[in-house]
Design a protein around this ligand. Sequence first.
Ligand SMILES: Cc1cc2nc3c(=O)[nH]c(=O)nc-3n(C[C@H](O)[C@H](O)[C@H](O)COP(=O)(O)OP(=O)(O)OC[C@H]3O[C@@H](n4cnc5c(N)ncnc54)[C@H](O)[C@@H]3O)c2cc1C
Length: 387
Amino acid sequence: MRDGYDLIVVGAGPAGSIAAKTAAEHDLDVLLMEKRAEIGDPVRCAEGVGKEGVKQFIKPDKRWIAADVKGARIYSPSGIKIEMSEIAKVGYVLERKMFDRELAKQAAKVGAEVMVKTRAIGLIKENGFVRGVKAEHLGDSFAMRADIVIGADGIESKVGRWAGINTTLRLKDIETCAQFLMTDVDIDPDYCEFYIGNQLAPGGYAWIFPKGKKEANVGVGILGSRAEMHPIEYLKRFVERRYPDGQIIEMIMGGVPVGIPTKTTTNGLMLVGDAARMADPLTGGGIVHAMKSGEIAGEVAAKAIKSGDASVERLAEYERRWRSTIGATLQKSYKAKERLLKLSDAEWDSLASSLRGINFEEMTAFGLLKEMIMRNPKLLWDLRCLL
Ligand SMILES: Cc1cc2nc3c(=O)[nH]c(=O)nc-3n(C[C@H](O)[C@H](O)[C@H](O)COP(=O)(O)OP(=O)(O)OC[C@H]3O[C@@H](n4cnc5c(N)ncnc54)[C@H](O)[C@@H]3O)c2cc1C
C-alpha cells in the first residue's frame, strides 16, 4: 500500500465512482475507498432514473437495466389516474448492484485504485487543511495522505462533519423510506406507478417500479416531520391492499436528503452526492445529481492539484458550478415540495381531475407540475414563478 495519493474519494456509490473516474482521466493518482465488501450491495434505492440523465455518464448496457419503462402513472388519494408516456426518453429501472459495480470498474479502468472493505474513520488535518484519511481495512488501521479528499459517503456521511461542515438534516428535510423487492406480483412491466395521499404516505409517496414481468420495487417514502409511525408500517398497509399474495424477497430501509445543501467545501475537501445533500427535494431522485456533482468535483480536484492550491477559495469553483446547475433544480424543487406539502387529499384529487386527458410536453416531474400550475393558477398561485 502506498502512503499517499493526489486524491482520496470516500465511498464508491455513483458520486464517488464518477468523481474517481473523472479525476483519474485527468491524470490524478486516485484512491477510491468503500466500506462494503461488495460495491452496490445492499441496494438502498428504488432504482428509477431518467434515461437522458444517466446517458451523460455511461453507455446503456442490458446488464444493469432491469426495465426500460415507457411511462408513469400517478394516482391521487381517491384513485384518479394521471398517465404520462413517451416512447423515446422516459427512464430505466436499474439493477444497482450491477450499475454501481460497473461505475467503479470504469474508474479502475482509467487508473483509480479501488479498495473495498475499507472504512474511513476520520480525517488527517493540518494547519486548517484536510490532508488525508484515517481508515480501517480488515482490522488494520492506517492513515493515508492526499492533497484533496472527496466525501462521497452517502446519506449517513461523516466526512463532512469530521471536516467541520454542518450536514445535519432537519426532520422536514429527510424522507425516510422502506421498500420491498416483491416477486409474483401483477404489474405493468412498462410503467412506474406513484401513489399520493396524506394517509398513505404523508409528505411523500408510495411507488411500484417494475423489474421484469412479475417483479417490482414496492416502497414508500415519508417526510420525517410528518411520520406518525415507522415507514415499514405504511408500506405493509400499502402492500396488504395492493399485493396481498405477493412474496417479499428483499427488504430495505433508508433515508433521502430532501433539503438544500448549505456548504460543500472546505480547505482540501469537497462533498458530493447524498453526502452533500443533493437529492431532488420533490422526487427524492439522487443518482443523476450524485454523478453530476462527482464529475464536477473530479474536474475541479484535477485543476486545483495541478495549480498546487487546494484552498477553499480554489475549490469555490466546485461550489459555483454545482450551484448553477444542480442547485438551480434543487431550489425549484424545494419550493414546489414546500407548497405541495400543504395540499389536502381533496385538493390533490382536484388537481388530478384537472389533468385528465392531457398530453404532457415534458415527461418529467416539472412537466407535470407546469401543467398543474397552468390549470390550477389559483390553488398553486405561489408556484407561478416556476412556469
Ligand atoms: C429507499 C430509497 C429509494 C431511492 N430511490 C431512488 C430512485 O428511484 N432514483 C434515484 O435517482 N434515487 C433514489 N434514491 C436516492 C439514491 O439512492 C441516492 O441519491 C444515491 O445513491 C446517492 O449516491 P451517492 O453516491 O451520493 O451515495 P450512495 O449511493 O449512498 O453511496 C455512498 C457509498 O459510501 C459508502 N460509505 C459510507 N460511509 C463510508 C465510510 N466511512 N468509508 C468508506 N465508504 C463509506 C457506502 O457504503 C456507499 O457505497 C433512493 C434512496 C432510498 C433510500
